[in-house]
Design a binder for this molecule. Structure first.
Ligand code: CMP
Length: 139
């Protein structure tokens, strides 16, 4: 089994799509290991997306990610990282395959409904950002 990290982004939360997105993920075979609603501070959003700090969209991305609460979830499934990326669809909702979460709920390349880790290594780093080891122990 593999783990990954998702964030249901502020646009999804504001539109009332969080429950539908979580249900979509469960239907795709993801088990929700840990779940957290959090309104990110500017410092937290800057830190989470530090890898993008040189990109022209970084400040806008930080403003967007701090405009409303998000839900972070640690997910488990076989091939979790790659499967979540398939289920999310392309970064730009206009290019995302029909039926993917970003095609269904995203509205722009920035406001794209959901985040998913891009590698198992980053999944571990991103999961550590939101959850403690105790949150992820088997029950
Ligand atoms: P995410 O997968 O969370 O990773 C980085 C985020 O930056 C991305 O989703 C989008 O929300 C945003 N992003 C990526 N590329 C662009 C872009 N070209 N313009 C604006 N925002 C972007």
């Amino acid at each position: 089994m593999e783990q990954t990290l998702t964030i249901i982004k502020p646009d999804s939360m504001a539109a009332g799509n969080a429950g539908k997105i979580l249900a979509h993920l469960e239907q795709e075979g993801f088990q929700i290991l840990a779940l957290r609603r959090i309104h990110l501070s500017e410092a937290q959003a800057r830190s989470f997306y530090e890898v993008h700090k040189e990109r022209p969209f970084y400040d806008d991305l930080v403003a967007y990610m701090t405009e409303a609460p998000v839900i972070a979830a640690a997910l488990e499934r076989e091939d979790a990282v790659a499967h979540l990326r398939r289920v999310m669809g392309a970064t730009n909702p206009e290019e995302a395959a029909a039926g993917t979460i970003r095609a269904l709920y995203g509205t722009s390349i920035e406001r794209n409904a959901i985040h998913g880790s891009d590698s198992p290594e980053n999944a571990a780093i991103e999961t550590d950002f939101f959850f403690s080891r105790a949150d992820l122990l088997p029950s």
